[in-house]
Write a protein that binds this ligand. Sequence first.
Ligand SMILES: [Zn+2]
Length: 88
Amino acid sequence: MGDLLAREESGEVRVGEWDTYAICPCGLHFRLPFGDVFHIHRRVCPRCGTHKRSWVVRVCRWVSEAVWWRPSTWGRGHWENKEAERDA
Ligand SMILES: [Zn+2]
């Protein structure tokens, strides 16, 4: 992960803040305003229809690999899970 820091400093990636998300089995992430799924004002996932009681709550951050002058990369990136990093 030291690699990631170097890539961020070079401007290759942008690392978001740690925040609490509810994660649907389909992979969609919902940021939780107060760290509680209660504050999400929808009952099911808009992408796959899974009920929110099946979502898991995790502390995550988005690592963006988008390059602003290269539109084909926009939206590219991956999620990092804080718990997973602690295990590593
Ligand atoms: Zn879903």
